[in-house]
Design a protein around this ligand. Structure first.
Ligand code: GLP
Length: 261
């Protein structure tokens, strides 16, 4: 795992967007794994800006989102499909048929999950998976106790997640209780994972995920098993990391990061 500390949320999001853009320029047919949440909004803003100002093309890119709420239709303003259309898809030259999210309104949710896995496989797997982290330590909606080898499935949301996402719905009781989510095992199969976390509220859970034991209680900790996982944080989210000076040294000195410094 690599850990990169940037001075503020904007710089952290820009760094992630630049890594994604470089991948897309090297491989125009990149398969992106996408995430939702407030943290990701800045990343999509930067990608849209790069599309408008430096011809970053999404023409051949295919995308698979991590998750979707059960019972929310694509045009529901709280659905993740709506989030992605608004923040990214409608603002770049991506073909909508190349964008995938699990269908939270499917009649047979289990069949939908199986089909989602097949669609990812058919696309050749995910090249770059973007991830946020929930206060429960989740990646996607892999709440505490999610098997580290889990696949796309229906998952009940943890109380901490319902609380965290409630402001968007206006009240806790309006937040759906279940979601479809890629499993931890599905996520770990991506060729590269990039997790972005910013703000003081994420400091504690980032320290547990990065420096704590690998545990299904904090599914982001499973990234420790991934051969190519990069965690990008801002100063506020880095405050509880014990080895932060070491991580800073690596970013400042390793040739791999030269173009991003
Ligand atoms: C939701 C998503 C997660 C995301 C999390 C973080 O719960 N299912 O994939 O990581 O939000 O959200 P935020 O960036 O708003 O803190």
């Amino acid at each position: 795992m690599e850990l990169i500390i940037q001075r503020d949320p904007e710089a952290a999001a820009l760094l992630l967007a630049r890594i994604v853009a470089n991948e897309m320029r090297t491989n125009p047919r990149t398969v992106l794994g996408l995430a939702t949440g407030n943290t990701m909004e800045a990343v999509y803003r930067h990608l849209v800006h790069m599309h408008q100002t430096s011809k970053l093309s999404f023409a051949k890119v295919r995308t698979f989102n991590l998750d979707e709420y059960v019972g929310l239709a694509p045009d529901d303003k709280n659905s993740y499909r709506h989030f992605m259309n608004e923040r990214l898809f409608h603002q770049v030259n991506i073909k909508l048929e190349n964008t995938h999210l699990p269908d939270g309104c499917a009649a047979d949710l289990e069949a939908e999950c199986r089909d989602y896995e097949k669609r990812i496989e058919k696309a050749g797997g995910i090249d770059l998976q973007l991830l946020g982290i929930g206060k429960s330590g989740h990646i996607g909606f892999n709440e505490p106790l999610s098997a580290l080898r889990s696949r796309t499935r229906v998952k009940a949301l943890a109380p901490a997640t319902i609380k965290q996402n409630a402001p968007l719905f206006g009240a806790e009781h309006r937040v759906p209780r279940r979601a479809l989510t890629m499993g931890v095992g599905t996520i770990l199969e991506a060729r590269r994972c990039l997790l972005l976390a910013t703000g003081e509220a994420k400091a504690e859970i980032i320290a547990r995920a990065v420096e704590g034991p690998i545990t299904s209680m904090v599914t982001a900790s499973a990234l420790q098993l991934h051969p190519r996982a990069t965690v990008i944080v801002d100063e506020a989210a880095a405050t509880k990391l014990k080895e932060r000076e070491y991580y800073r040294w690596i970013f400042a000195n390793e040739p791999e990061w030269e173009e991003y410094r």
